[in-house]
Design a binder for this molecule. Structure first.
Ligand code: FES
Length: 136
């Protein structure tokens, strides 16, 4: 039985925004779902605590692509803190709903966003620690 996707979901699937990889990104992350086998890779560029750019590559279903596409569109320009609070329900409502069995795709997109922010912040900690070590 075909899945009931909204026009907006199909539009983001067929014309995904922010697809690809940022050259010299500040952080990268990949996230996967063990059950369906789908995967998302993210790259992130941050300037003064604000998401300057975010791109993704998908190895997954139509909903995986559409949810990552709309999420990247929405979080661009947000502070890292605002992006951390971005909820998967925002994705589903922005898309006009998702089939029940595809909700996890939006959850995975948000998990990937949080992971790439974590990786960015961990990188910052390492730089700070390194500076401390160099001063000794
Ligand atoms: Fe698993 Fe879409 S079916 S991410």
């Amino acid at each position: 039985m075909p899945l009931n996707y909204t026009k907006k979901t199909l539009n983001h699937f067929l014309k995904p925004r922010n697809i690809g990889e940022i050259k010299n990104a500040d952080a990268y992350a990949e996230i996967g779902n063990m059950v369906c086998g789908d995967q998302l890779n993210f790259s992130l560029k941050v300037e003064k605590g604000v998401i300057k750019d975010i791109k993704f590559m998908s190895f997954g279903c139509a909903s995986n692509i559409a949810t990552a596409s709309i999420m990247t569109e929405k979080v661009k320009g947000m502070t890292l803190e605002e992006a951390r609070n971005f909820d998967f329900n925002t994705i589903t409502s922005e898309l006009g709903g998702l089939p029940q069995q595809k909700i996890h795709c939006s959850v995975m997109a948000v998990q990937g966003l949080k992971k790439v922010i974590d990786n960015y912040e961990k990188k910052g900690e390492k730089v700070t620690n390194k500076k401390k070590v160099n001063r000794k």
